[in-house]
Design a protein around this ligand. Structure first.
Ligand SMILES: [Zn+2]
Length: 175
């Protein structure tokens, strides 16, 4: 970082604070310590009782044009479930019920934690949004495996097809 967001000083140094064990950006003027920690991406795997799952075709980078589960960055003040349901509405105009935590994935290389819930599709007037050019139900035999946006999404769908809903998984993707 270049400037202190507390006092606007440009005197930022990297050192290990007292009582800490990792180097941090510290403002030499006001002493503010800036921690950098992983971001949380939270989303839903929406399913129906007719062996379908809902996917969104991304209309924004990264991976524009590829299919994904509705998911996005958790905001301050939200639970991971609230964030997942908000993203599902924002990206797909979709409501889900019977929401259960399903898959937690630590992606340590890019400092992200993914949390996916399963949720039963409620409404049938879901559809495109500024973030999704298409929103569609796919039968589980017709999932566009070669056009999925992210490995976390592929892993979560594979796990759902293998295990169904009701269990919680703890996974790591580290390369
Ligand atoms: Zn400062």
């Amino acid at each position: 970082m270049n400037f202190c967001s507390n006092c606007s000083s440009a005197n930022i140094e990297k050192r290990i604070p007292d009582d800490d064990n990792l180097p941090r950006d510290i403002c030499s003027e006001c002493g503010e310590i800036f921690y950098s920690n992983p971001n949380i991406v939270t989303g839903v795997l929406p399913y129906t009782k007719n062996n379908e799952i809902l996917l969104c075709k991304r209309s924004i980078e990264p991976r524009s044009g590829y299919w994904t589960l509705p998911a996005g960055f958790l905001e301050n003040g939200e639970s991971i479930e609230e964030g997942a349901l908000r993203e599902t509405q924002e990206e797909a105009k979709l409501l889900v019920k019977d929401v259960e935590l399903f898959n937690v994935i630590s992606v340590s290389r890019i400092n992200q934690i993914y949390t996916f819930f399963t949720g039963l599709v409620v409404n049938d007037d879901f559809g495109p949004t500024p973030e999704s050019s298409e929103v569609k139900l796919f039968h589980i035999d017709d999932i566009p495996w070669d056009d999925l946006a992210f490995r976390t999404v592929k892993m979560t769908i594979e796990l759902y097809l293998k295990e169904g809903v009701g269990k919680v998984f703890n996974n790591v993707l580290d390369n």
